[in-house]
Design a protein around this ligand. Structure first.
Ligand SMILES: NC(=O)c1ccc[n+]([C@@H]2O[C@H](COP(=O)([O-])OP(=O)(O)OC[C@H]3O[C@@H](n4cnc5c(N)ncnc54)[C@H](OP(=O)(O)O)[C@@H]3O)[C@@H](O)[C@H]2O)c1
Length: 336
């Protein structure tokens, strides 16, 4: 056995792949979930379930002490639990930032001897790249997050860096796609219906990573000697915004009607919908003004060479290969 690893947010899209990869690599895997979590992607009998209440440092500490008494200390923690969408902006800080602090303190107070604490942050925590030069976002760039989500991830990073509780790694993945993901699914469902929507007419460049490559990289980093460091993760390719649509269309074998909606039109509509949603339902709609500004930034290219060089690995999936598996899974599971 390679050691005991706790993976929080194990029931989600990325978390469930981290669990699979860690099992595959020979770790004793503790899937951090909450009582309400759906375990449909956590079916391997080798998984130990750790029901954790990240909202309360005291309860969390008790839960961790009891796990330690029964199984011993975790060697590694991948803190992946987090929210990318919220009803309320302050929830981003509560879940992404405060819960990270709770987990770190509770692990420390329960006497866990953690060799590496890994935070799954986001490329968004860097903020977009230069819109004129289209130079990729680099590890050494100043982090200027623009949305509340991105700021909450950045503050969680800052807390880890400054608290110096355990040796840490911070992972900044670009947009992740793959089976079980519900975000790209919405775009793919539209393409499947023959509609290919784009916001804005401007040039936009993005980076992407297939979830299995991300999981392989993150779990692979447990063995590396590098600590107290950040890594940007992508598949190392640059895509213009229409390449994703073109690849999906080809794989779906569909003809589509391209609809390019000008940002000048989308902005006021999104703003009105947001105001109405907040007024009547007291919650943010799925696409709100901040999210729109973030996703429509022209440059989300990034440089992940450091990661793949340190791992002595190459990403295993091209966009076409990753999307082929993703669409196959969506079809098999009747998501499209
Ligand atoms: N998807 C991307 O493109 C992307 C890109 C960069 C970074 N990330 C980061 O990757 C991580 C995982 O994202 P994902 O896309 O896999 O999202 P996801 O499918 O929504 O999974 C989120 C996970 O976090 C757990 N979680 C959410 N709120 C929680 C709370 N209040 N208490 C305890 N657990 C909670 C969820 O548990 P339940 O199942 O119980 O709800 C779930 O297991 C996040 O930290 C996100 O910021 C994602």
């Amino acid at each position: 056995m390679k050691g005991k690893i706790l993976i929080t947010g194990a029931s989600g899209f990325i978390g469930s792949f981290l669990v699979e990869e860690a099992l595959h690599m020979g770790f004793e895997v503790f899937a951090g979930i909450r009582a309400s979590s759906n375990k449909q992607f956590l079916t391997d009998e080798k998984i130990y379930f750790a029901e954790l209440d990240l909202s309360s440092q005291e309860i969390l500490q008790e839960q961790l002490v009891s796990i330690k008494q029964m199984h011993g200390s975790f060697d590694y923690v991948i803190h992946n639990a987090g929210i990318t969408h919220a009803d309320n902006k302050k929830d981003f800080f509560t879940v992404n930032c405060n819960y990270t602090q709770n987990l770190l303190h509770a692990l420390q107070r329960s006497g866990m001897q953690i060799k590496k604490f890994v935070l799954i942050s986001s490329l968004a925590a860097y903020g977009p790249g230069n819109a004129k030069t289209f130079a990729p976002i680099e590890l050494w760039h100043e982090q200027i997050p623009i949305s509340t989500y991105a700021k909450s991830k950045f503050y969680a990073e800052e807390f880890i860096r400054s608290s110096n509780i355990f040796p840490y790694l911070i992972i900044n993945p670009t947009a992740v796609y793959g089976p079980r993901d519900k975000d790209f699914l919405q775009f793919i469902q539209l393409l499947n219906k023959g509609i290919e929507p784009y916001i804005g007419n401007n040039q936009q460049m993005v980076s992407l990573v297939y979830v299995k490559d991300l999981a392989k990289a993150v779990v692979g980093l447990m063995d590396s000697r590098h600590v107290n460091y950040s890594y940007i993760v992508s598949d190392r390719n640059d895509y213009n915004k229409e390449e994703l649509g073109a690849t999906v269309k080809l794989l779906l074998n569909k003809r589509t009607i391209k609809i390019k909606i000008p940002l000048l039109f989308v902005r006021p509509v999104v703003s009105i919908v947001e105001k109405l949603s907040l007024f009547f339902f007291d919650r943010l709609p799925f696409l709100h003004s901040e999210k729109l500004e973030e996703i429509s930034c022209p440059n989300w290219l990034c440089d992940s060479d450091q990661l793949w060089n340190d791992l002595h690995l190459k990403p295993g999936y091209s966009l076409e290969a990753g999307m082929k598996e993703t669409i196959g899974w969506y079809k098999e599971n009747k998501w499209i």
